[in-house]
Design a protein around this ligand. Structure first.
Ligand code: HEC
Length: 200
């Protein structure tokens, strides 16, 4: 079993070397971009290639929350009044594959959140505390005024999910529990800045 420190140190090394090696893939991506632009017409805006009609709220509910829950609930005990009832952990190849798919979905949902022009939607309000969350137009304005912070939370979510993905590929149960729990800091951090109104 691994302790948390070597896992994170390894993850940092991996992410640094990925950054250093990023030049050739970028060049290749921009070649593809140019080819697409030629097909689509010389003046087209690359952002127009994306369909951003799915709102941030819908992405949270459809992909981000269910994928994160899969990871967070992968290893757990179901306890009843009579004692431990079930000891749940991934066992079959299918279990591990499902976890892998959830981690990949979460990383890619992060990319979807990074696409400019993503629409906001009206989250259902809690009737008892209608003012606890920002309205869509306020969230939009906050994202525009602090885009760097928005991106940082997404990168954080992707970083810890990528690390979790590595533990899944190694079938490292303890690592999976530790690293998947760390993803939650990114969720909470972003919600505290962009979703919940302060002092509510
Ligand atoms: C980059 C910022 C950001 C990150 C990272 C983020 N969220 Fe969100 N999330 C939001 C915003 C903004 C809203 C509110 C959207 C709205 O009201 O339109 C939201 C709303 C939600 C909702 C509310 C759904 C509802 O119907 O009320 C859930 C659930 C949620 N997020 C789960 C998560 C989980 C789980 C994670 C981490 C795995 C996460 N989010 C990461 C920005 C983020």
């Amino acid at each position: 079993m691994k302790s948390i420190i070597p896992i994170f140190a390894l993850a940092l090394l991996t992410s640094c070397s990925a950054e250093q090696d990023s030049e050739p893939p970028f060049a290749a991506a921009s070649d593809t971009g140019e080819a697409l632009q030629q097909t689509a017409g010389a003046n087209s805006n690359p952002d127009e290639y994306f369909d951003t009609d799915t709102s941030v709220l819908a992405l949270m509910n459809a992909i981000i929350q269910p994928s994160a829950l899969e990871l967070w609930q992968a290893v757990r005990y179901v306890v009843t009044a009579e004692g431990v009832e079930e000891d749940i952990r991934p066992q079959t190849d299918e279990d591990w594959f499902r976890l892998q798919a959830s981690a990949i979905s979460l990383i890619e949902a992060g990319n979807a959140l990074l696409i400019p022009g993503r629409v906001m939607d009206n989250a259902p309000l809690d009737p008892d505390y209608p003012d606890y969350q920002y309205r869509p137009e306020e969230i939009q304005a906050l994202v525009e005024s602090d885009a760097e912070s928005w991106r940082t939370y997404i990168k954080q979510m992707q970083f810890f999910t990528r690390t979790t993905l590595e533990t899944i590929e190694e079938k490292d149960l303890l690592g999976l529990m530790e690293t998947s729990a760390a993803i939650n800091n990114a969720c909470q951090g972003c919600h505290a800045e962009f979703w919940y109104r302060p002092n509510n």
